[in-house]
Design a protein around this ligand. Sequence first.
Ligand code: TMP
Length: 415
Amino acid sequence: MNKEVKEVKKCRICGSQKLYRFLDLGVIPIPNGFLKKEDLSKSENKYELTCQLCENCGLVHLTNVVNPKIMFTNYLYVTAQSKIMLNNLTHLAYQTYKDFKLDKSSLVCDIGSNDGSLLSLFKNLGTRVLGIDPAQNLAKIAIKNGIPTEAKLFGLQTAKMIEKKYGQAKIITALNVIAHIDNLHGLLSGISHLLSADGYFITEFPYLLDLIKNKEFDTIYHEHLSYFSLKPWIYLIDKYDFEIVSVQRRRIHGGSIRLIHQRKRPKKNIAKKTLDYLLSLEKTAGLYDKKAYIQFAQEVSNLKTELLNMLIDIKKQKKRIVGYGAAAKGNVLTNFFGIDNSMLDYIIDSTPYKQGLYTPGMHIPIKPEEKLLSDMPNYALILAWNFADEIMEKQRQYTKNGGKFIIPIPKIRII
Ligand code: TMP
């Protein structure tokens, strides 16, 4: 086996070896590995992308872990400057500040702090802040923007260092990062060490129930090691004496869940009713049973046939198609479906650093968003489907001029 990759032989939550492989998305490059023109002729490192279910606790996770140094040391994913994302972060910061009566003495630590977007909101509200992120390039940006950041992977050792240097945290946030972490027990023991006795740990991650229901297979990629439902998550936090006191389903990223945890208290848990309801939904959807996953894999295969037939049909009519949003998930979809530059002329994207680069694997050029209106291709396949409404709203003139959007997920739609 490639030394850059570690095979996962037991469940990272419960340790069971009863693992059922249900989805094979092939051998593809890291989906955030965008390329410069001069690198196109060089060979790209590719890694198997296969998913499995732990039949004991219900955790869905990848069968391999690519060395995090390869994926995250120079991480090019910058928190998207989308309205939805910004509203989500603002909602979280304001609600936390108000509900937990934070003040200038409260320390807020953000695990996976990226460019410091969330912490700058807390800083403006008047709390102390500290970012923790292994990406050196992003930590530098955050520090330059006035957000103190430790460029480290989070675990018990880092937690001890931080606690010594800055004291305990009243709030620890970890948004869309827990899926990236291999050692979940190290994460929880680190949080347990760093959080004050009356502190809260807040996390948000894509919810497996939405992923399965909406066939969001393209959100499965090397960076995302785990796909959580509540059952295995509760099994994990219980071991560290945490309980969930608030649970909210949120629309972001194709359906996410926001959880607030505190150390277990003897009082009746106020979130129990909602948690029981969601656990019953998970059970009804068959999330702990391999049958649901066999069906999911079949549905993904049907989607591939349907989308490819549609695109081939459009090309036969000599019409032009481009992609919209050079998202990592788009690179999974194009690689797995074999959609290359002969199908998509280019992909447009609002992120300046991606423009001028090429997508990993399929080598499709990335152009600025303005090109859509000046070039007027017949169709735009929205690869960043989680932002489809925002994109279509922004590009109303394209539709007015006769352009059409194709949205692949959860169901193929032409608008
Ligand atoms: P993400 O879902 O991984 O954040 O990726 C979304 C991609 O879509 C990101 O590269 C930015 C791009 N995008 C646009 O090009 N235009 C937009 O209006 C939005 C919201 C995102």
